[in-house]
Design a protein around this ligand. Structure first.
Ligand SMILES: Cc1cc2nc3c(=O)[nH]c(=O)nc-3n(C[C@H](O)[C@H](O)[C@H](O)COP(=O)(O)OP(=O)(O)OC[C@H]3O[C@@H](n4cnc5c(N)ncnc54)[C@H](O)[C@@H]3O)c2cc1C
Length: 390
């Protein structure tokens, strides 16, 4: 009988897993890939949209282009699922699976930060980045805050990247001297697993006059007084607030029983990414494996789960355990890109090594994107043969 694999969510994790299984089995497997959106957008493209470096149309990759043997892509919302029965209810009907992969990512809880939805801005959603694209050219100057509202958030370098790009944006428009940029983060350093990366980011902040406010979160905003209230009780004024909202487990996942609480990521076996339900896996931002919430880690998890499904169907040996390794590119502005290679699970504590900005890394980041588009969507890669360590 053909194995039925149902993949919930066509982000980094879902697309990578689907691609590997289709490559392995062709039409001898029955994969259903479900997403409520009609297109994929790389997380980092939100920065490009927000600062007007790319149009939204240019960074949207429609799911209709995912044409692979054995794969059916359905645009529909997952309303509920039962992990014990491996049954999924969507707006387009009910599906039963032999293997169920939950790759629904992280949702944002704007209401957890009073004032964020009505008096400030976030740049972590496509809609938020689009709004800022309109608003930023009208910013005349004053205190600008890039503020993190919750402890667990996607792509730890992204707040620093936003600050660097804001510095460039304002400098190019002659408004940097009338603005102060601050980054508020819940960590003591910008990239805790990598002291070298943190040192480089802090040095670049200093060169550009960006203030790093460490070990604090933004708890609330008072849009009438234009102040941000921080976790230590202090206040900071803002004329522009670029927020990183509190992240939460999607409601449908909490309702399935896989997560105990909106802020408890799905518990999994750290080596196999399997949940407490046999044959039900959680990959990417939705799981609580302890790696950063980043596309490269979602992909790594997807590879382990794909190998487990391949072994289950072909009867091979168990796959290598998940290692929690990945490389993240760090935009320093001025068209500079560095890289941090992090290893979360191999040793007693996470480690990270830093590669300083170089032209080779600018090309490598471009290839990182285009190679995914080639593999997942069949688009041609525009840069050839640059080693991608992602
Ligand atoms: C500003 C920013 C910059 C970033 N930069 C980087 C970077 O440089 N490198 C990097 O590796 N990562 C980066 N990231 C993080 C990266 O985007 C995420 O970690 C990654 O997308 C997680 O992959 P995922 O597969 O777990 O979830 P996602 O990619 O979020 O995919 C989840 C999918 O599930 C779908 N979905 C959710 N609920 C439902 C439902 N009920 N029914 C149907 N579909 C549903 C969503 O539409 C979505 O397509 C960045 C993120 C941001 C915000």
């Amino acid at each position: 009988m053909t194995t039925r694999v149902v993949v919930l969510g066509a982000g980094f994790g879902g697309l990578e897993l689907t691609t590997i299984l289709s490559d392995a089995f062709g039409s001898a497997i029955d994969i259903t890939l479900i997403d409520k959106a009609d297109a994929f957008v790389f997380g980092y493209s939100k920065l490009d949209v927000m600062f007007g470096r790319q149009t939204l149309a240019a960074v949207r990759h429609p799911y209709r282009d995912v044409v692979k043997p054995g794969v059916r892509v359905i645009q529909t919302e997952v309303r509920s699922f039962d992990p014990s029965a491996k049954r999924v209810v969507t707006d387009s009907g009910t599906l039963d699976a032999d293997a169920l992969v939950v790759a629904l990512g992280a949702d944002y809880d704007l209401a957890a930060t009073p004032g964020l939805a009505d008096g400030a801005n976030e740049f972590y959603s496509v809609a938020g980045a689009e709004r800022l694209r309109e608003l930023l050219p009208r910013f005349e100057g004053g205190p600008a805050i890039v503020g993190v509202c919750g402890k667990s958030f996607k792509c730890p370098p992204a707040p620093s990247e936003a600050a660097f790009l804001l510095h460039d944006f304002l400098s190019e428009r002659g408004r940097r001297q009338t603005s102060e940029i601050s980054v508020i983060m819940p960590f003591g350093t910008p990239i805790p697993p990598s002291p070298d990366t943190s040192t480089a980011v802090l040095a670049a902040f200093e060169q550009r006059g960006i203030r790093f406010v460490k070990d604090r979160l933004v708890k609330a905003l008072d849009p009438a007084r234009k102040v941000a209230r921080l976790s230590d009780g202090s206040e900071m004024p803002y004329a522009l607030f670029l927020g990183i909202p509190v992240h939460r487990v999607p409601s449908v996942v909490v309702e399935s029983g896989l997560a105990a609480h909106p802020h408890d990521w799905v518990p999994v076996n750290k080596q196999t990414l399997e949940t407490r339900f046999p044959g039900v896996y959680a990959v990417g931002d939705v799981n609580g494996v302890g790696t950063p919430k980043a596309g490269v880690f979602a992909e790594g998890a997807a590879r382990v789960v794909a190998a487990a499904i391949v072994a289950r169907i072909k009867g091979g040996t168990a796959p290598e355990p998940y290692k929690g390794q990945g490389s993240c590119y760090v935009e320093f502005g001025h068209d500079q890109v560095g890289r941090v290679d992090v290893d979360f699970l191999s040793g007693p504590k996470p480690t990270g090594t830093f590669q300083p900005p170089s032209e080779a890394l600018v090309a490598e980041k471009a290839y990182f994107g285009s190679s995914r588009l080639q593999r997942w969507f069949g688009k041609s890669a525009d840069v050839k043969d640059v080693a991608s360590s992602a």
